[in-house]
Structure formats: C-alpha cells, structure tokens
Design a protein around this ligand. Sequence first.
Ligand code: UFG
Length: 323
Amino acid sequence: MKVFVTGGAGYIGSVCTEELLDAGHEVTVFDNLTEGHRSAVDPRAKFVEGCLRDAGLVKQSLRDAQADAIMHFAASALVGESMTDPKKYFHNNLVNALKLADAAVECGVKKFVFSSTCATYGPPDRVPMTEDLPQRPINPYGEAKLMFEKVLIWYAQIYKLEFIAFRYFNAAGASNKFGEHHRIETHLIPNVLFVAQGRKPQCEIFGTDYPTPDGTCIRDYIHVKDLAQAHMLGLVPGKTGFYNLGNGDGYSVREVISMCEKVTGQKIPVVEKPRRPGDPPRLVAAADKAIRDLGWQPKYPKLEDIVATAWAWHQKHPAGYAD
Ligand code: UFG
C-alpha cells in the first residue's frame, strides 16, 4: 500500500515507517520537524517537511503520494504540558487532525489509522481496562484525542472514511535504528536512562502518595515495535474501531527504576517530588480485542526487554539524533 505517515520523524512514527518499508509498503513521511528529527526519517521513505495547519500542502502531498492510507502520529503528547498549555493540545491534536481528515475525504483516502491514547479514559473504574470503559479524561491531552475519536466515528458513518484508532498505553523501547529523542524529555524510562548515561545526576519520582502498593503511579509499558506491528495489521480493509495496545502488566515508577538499574548495572539516585498534575494513579490495558480481532501478538512484552532495547539505542546514540 501507499501510506502517508504524519509524524514519521518522531519516535513512534519513525519505527512504524521502518516496519512499513520492511514489509514492502511505500511511505511518504509528512512532518514539520518541531518534535521530530530529519535523521529519524527512514532514508527509503519520501519526505515532505510541512505543517498540518497548511491544508493546501497536506492535500497536494496526499495526492502526490497517491495515498491509500494515512497513519496519523503527528501530535503533541505530554500530559503535564497539556495542563499548562491546553490550546497547543486542542490546536495540534484536534484542529490539525480535523484538517487532515478533511483532506483524506477530499483525496479519496481509504483508511485513517489514528494514534489515540489511554489518556482518553481518565482514571478507570477498573483495571485491566477494556475499550468499553467510560471515557472521562482528566487532562486536555486526553480530551483532545477523545474529541477526534468522535470525529472519526461520524466521518466513517457519513463520509465512509474507514478508521482504526489505537489507544496506546506507555510506548517505550527502540528498534535497532530508531529510538526515543524528545527535545524536552519528560518520559520516565528515558529520564532514568539519562541518569545511567551520566546526562543527569538523579531521576525524579512524581508522587509517592498514590493509592498503589508502593505509592507511585502504575503504567503499562508497551514496546514501540509491537505498536508498529498493530498498525500494520490495522491497514487490512474492513478492520475498524478502537483498540487498546498494552501488555496487561502494570509497573510502578519505582519498579521501572529498579528494572533500569538491573539492565544498566548502575545505581540510579532518586529524588521524591510532589505529584505531577494530570497523572492518573494506575493505567493498565486489556488488549484482548486487538489480539482477537487483529491477530496482534506482542513480541516484546517483558519490561526487561523493553528497557534493554531503549538502553541499547541510547548507548549507540548518546545525544540522540543530535549526534
Ligand atoms: N514520572 C516520574 N518521573 C519522571 C517522569 C515520569 O515519576 O521523570 C512518572 C509520571 O508522573 C507517571 C509515570 O512516571 O506517573 C509515567 O510518566 P510518563 O511521562 O513516562 O508517561 P505518561 O503516563 O504521563 O504519558 C505517556 C505519554 C502519553 C500517553 C500516556 C498514556 O506521554 O502520550 O503515556 O498513559 F498518553
């Protein structure tokens, strides 16, 4: 297929682009490089540097690519930042996504694959979380993603734009070539690994008074290559709807830090800080639906393998894509 990948210079988009190309698809990456990196674009892909705000350029690029499908990764993705700068989130993650969906309809694209998030649920009534749980986001990041999920439902019904939306839990790990490099890094695993690399003196734990066994937040970490695999399966015509992507295992912040110590062989000094606004205490996926309907089978479900691949990438790229 011919696949148009927005955000293909970013963390998850770069790994998905690599997997698509390995499987023989043709890929056009569309990215404005504010979060992404030119050197994270697989050299086998066509590259368009542009912003989704520019509806004319988006339409022209879709036509040039003769796109059968869109994978829409381009987004702002920091829960904490969304609590202080909500307009960035509603514009980038809702308004720009809407422009892309309009262009998809106008250009006759058959399939829209959307990067949604478990942050659309907010604090769940129960874990592991199935797709039918009520969605009550507690931050603008989750809210904007949820609003666009609703757009997709109506566009599918009325314009016949087939969609599949993946609600990611916590993406982590790396492929051999592509890994996680955010200009401002707020995610847990890379920040802990920076300490092991000597780039930071200590890591911070945000909140030690949550209602969890060790008082720190619990998340479900999912290997970025397993996310990519699900996206490939989602391209199949007729596959539609909302799917959680996670491993069903929850790890606390302290457990993640211990695993990083094990993998790197280094002691990681920590400092305990207050809670970070917008963080739900516990998010763990039930991904049975993706396994059943799409035939998805995560290959790297163990936290140790996830951290090990991230560590290998950071060691090969001590300054990320700035090397
Ligand atoms: N945390 C720390 N110290 C750090 C960084 C994070 O204690 O230095 C904590 C956070 O407070 C949170 C947990 O570690 O409790 C995980 O935080 P991340 O920032 O790594 O990930 P989030 O769960 O906040 O968010 C990520 C992505 C979102 C996605 C979400 C789904 O950034 O895009 O996972 O849970 F929606």
